[in-house]
Design a protein around this ligand. Sequence first.
Ligand code: SF4
Length: 299
Amino acid sequence: MRIKDIEKRIEEGYKLLSSCNLCGFECGLNRLKGELGRCRSGKEVFIASANLHFGEEPPISGKNGSGTVFFTNCCLRCVYCQNFPISQLGKGKKVSTSELSTKFLELQEKGAHNLNLVTPTHYIPQIIEALYLAWNKGFSMPVVYNTSGYESEEALSLLDGVIDIYLPDMRYSEDKKASCFSTAKEYVKINRRNIKEMFRQVGNLKVDHFGMACSGLIVRHLVLPEDIAGSQSTFEFLAGEVSDKVRVSLMGQYFPAYRASEFPPLDRRIRKEEYDLILEYLNLCGLSSGWIQEEEFSK
Ligand code: SF4
């Protein structure tokens, strides 16, 4: 077992659920008794899918795919969420922690390079329990934690030593924008504190002989129209306060989904010149060891 105090972690995790403060919203509700916070999740875990996924960064997807579990619901309410049927509309089915651990093992049997937990924040205690069950049955893949980066300090400390690869978003550099477009309070402070803590736990990305990720931090940054994401400030923070070697995955594939049409300029894709400018900022900050994903641009 890779964590000596894993049973204690599970116990502490369920204690957090009894007055939930797993994320920056700190709802304080008793989810063990079925109370639902902003994430609309109680004690039971819901997942939308568990499959091999080939669209992640090269050291995550590789040739065989990443064993990806999409968790239902989300702490944030991004008006442009590209997974909104799952994150906002609750698409998914209930699984016990034992069934979840079986899904993890099945993904390993299918040849996945890693286990990729997507939108896991509100289920951290149950996920640790499922991992514990899986590790006892021979599960050995690296664990990727694919998150909006809005966890509480307590939640992240539960994950220390459990997670091999952190894959957090950095969505905004201004709280006003985070509040307006994702209804998150104090996003910048919480998100940046978490990025530093994730880096403390796992450091920069390490890959094996085949170029597949073994451990480390990869930061995802989605370019938004009219620089709503405040990209330059995010890059300056990363280069100045985390590491200029940190891997950044710059994403240019924004498209207006969910309620984005109600929030111009989020009602359009980004323009090529917007993307190029952000790419220039990235290079100016010396963050050139990540990946760029360009897609179709708006005219
Ligand atoms: S995970 Fe976050 S949003 Fe959900 S109940 Fe806990 S504190 Fe509230």
